[in-house]
Design a protein. Structure first.
Length: 559
């Protein structure tokens, strides 16, 4: 008696799983048919099962997968009687899963769909079927095919060996409209594919960008209408990090057009060369980085001087001394950047003499040099002083703070130029003071210093004043406490009883009080001689506190 077993390897056995592929012709179903371009054909796939080992445990097939592969000349119409699991290019897949079984007693499984004829030649349609036979658990695999024959005389076409494999590829006018050219590309052996079909030369007719290496990019441009075949160069011509397809559209051997995948447009390929040269020690940065640019492309040039050199000017197709400079590539351009030695050529001497490196300044006064750590610290306003000299004469000195021009000084006393820095920006503590000196001929030289300007803190910045205020406040508090403890009642002399008269305790023989025998405790033992001292201390504290407050408010006016 048969028993169920484990799964085994695939067995190609059409006697167990029978698959037929047929094409409808009139009222009949046939395996081969003649057709013409634009015909719509009905295909049918039929699957049945025959028990492989005779009577016994009932068997069936399940986990059925159907893969139908259409040739390039046939186009799926998306109308199968069962919804496909997937469609990828010309491959349609159906997976029936475990829920659908076919036994010897059930009817065959039938699947139908339409295709449109879009190519010529012998178009063979192959279907592959795999299924698991239960309960002996054997995988069965079967394939079969049906063929459509399409005569070349049924449509207008052009042919050429586009991919260089010795076989012809075809472009045909399957819609029978000559005004848009030969819009479909077919490679019968499948060794190439048109990745884009578009009017590539603005003649209103379709041309083809053909991938011959199966890498997703076109290597050939084919214009079947004018019979032009040219190589394609993959270049990022607009520097947007996306490659464009550059080609010769008219067959004259010159690249003249390109296709931009970003906007799917054909554009003229007109480019100009940029040639850069330098005089002196320096380089030129080109942005974007390249030396061949499309017509009217904007390019930025930045001159970078070498050590002990400064940029002086441009020459050639760019003049002046603006740096960086923008140019428009409307022709081939040759540009030279000129650099000169910063010291020997202009003779300018410039030095920042205040503030100095690693010094601490308060209220425009140098307090001390920093022994630990680096950097110049400034609190309060400061006068920035610069010494600038030149044998050609100094025309002006410009003061910059974090890149912003603050003052242009025309006159310097004994070659010293000044700028009073009053206001501190609230959003930062770190500043770069940069000064640029210009001589009478327009040469310049600069110097700069990094400083840290802190917010005004009156207690920290005026410790003696703060200690005086603190001492005065403490003295005032002590004086108030002393006055709070001053007695305001008479105290009897020693020996007297301080017995309140409540009406019940009466001493008849008590001597009468003598006002002259009673003494009082005064407010202070020194008869008030020290009160003046405390008033003076308190007054001074109030004055010092007021001065400290005025300092803070005044500093806030420019902080």
């Amino acid at each position: 008696m048969k028993t169920c077993g484990e799964q085994t390897t695939i067995v190609d056995d059409s006697d167990v799983v029978e698959v037929t592929k047929m094409i409808k012709q009139g009222d009949d179903w046939v395996n081969q048919v003649n057709a013409s371009i634009n015909d719509v054909l009905r295909f049918k796939i039929s699957i049945s099962y025959h028990d492989s080992d005779g009577p016994g445990v009932a068997e069936y097939i399940r986990d059925i997968t159907i893969i139908d592969s259409l040739p390039d000349g046939l186009e799926y119409r998306d109308n199968a009687t069962k919804t496909e699991t997937s469609v990828e290019n010309n491959t349609i897949t159906w997976r029936l899963g475990t829920w659908y079984n076919i036994s010897e007693t059930t009817s065959p499984y039938v699947l139908e769909f339409d295709v449109k004829v879009v190519g010529h030649g012998s178009l063979k349609n192959v279907v592959d079927v795999s299924a698991l036979e239960k309960c002996i658990s054997v995988w069965r695999y079967v394939n079969t095919s049906a063929t459509v024959f399409v005569s070349e005389e049924s449509f207008d076409y052009r042919s050429r060996d586009v991919d260089g494999d010795g076989n012809l590829e075809y472009a045909y006018d399957y819609n029978n409209d000559s005004s848009d050219g030969f819009e479909s590309y077919i490679d019968p052996d499948g060794s190439s594919e048109a990745v884009k079909s578009i009017d590539g030369d603005e003649d209103g007719k379709t041309d083809h960008f053909v991938d011959t290496n199966d890498d997703g990019f076109p290597e050939k441009y084919w214009d079947p209408d004018d019979d032009i075949l040219s190589d394609i160069s993959i270049i990022d011509v607009d520097y947007d990090e996306t490659s464009e397809w550059v080609y010769d559209s008219d067959g004259d051997g010159e690249l003249d057009r390109y296709y931009d995948p970003d906007d799917e447009l054909i554009k003229p390929y007109v480019v100009f060369d940029l040639t850069i040269a330098t005089v002196g020690d320096g380089t030129v940065q080109v942005a974007p980085d390249g030396y061949v640019f499309l017509e009217d492309f904007n390019v930025k040039l930045t001159a970078v001087a070498g050590e002990n050199y400064v940029f002086d000017h441009w020459s050639g197709d760019l003049t002046g001394n603006e740096n960086p400079a923008d140019i428009v590539m409307d022709e081939d351009k040759a540009i030279t950047a000129h650099f000169k030695k910063s010291e020997e050529d202009n003779g300018i001497i410039i030095e920042i003499i205040k503030p100095k490196e690693n010094w601490v300044y308060k209220d425009n006064i140098p307090v001390r040099i920093k022994l630990l750590g680096n950097g110049t610290e400034i609190t309060g306003p400061i006068t920035v002083k610069v010494r600038a000299e030149s044998d050609k004469g100094i025309d002006r000195v410009e003061f910059y703070l974090n890149g912003k021009l603050q003052k242009t000084a025309k006159i310097g006393l004994l070659h010293v130029y000044r700028w009073l820095w009053l206001i501190r920006e609230n959003d930062t503590d770190a500043y770069t003071i940069r000064v640029v000196a210009y001589d009478k001929e327009g040469n310049n030289k600069s110097a700069e210093i990094e400083v840290n300007r802190e917010k005004y803190k009156p207690i920290r910045d005026h410790p003696l004043l703060s200690i005086g205020v603190g001492a005065g406040v403490v003295a005032g508090l002590l004086l108030l406490l002393k006055n709070k403890l001053k007695p305001d009642e008479e105290i009897p002399e020693d020996g007297e009883d301080d017995i309140p008269d409540d009406g019940d305790n009466v001493i008849d023989d008590a001597p009468e009080e003598d006002d002259t025998d009673k003494s009082k405790i005064e407010e202070s033992e020194d008869d008030g001689e020290n009160d003046l001292f405390w008033y003076i201390v308190t007054g001074l504290a109030i004055v010092l506190l007021a001065i400290l407050g005025l300092l803070y408010v005044g500093r806030k006016m420019y902080e």
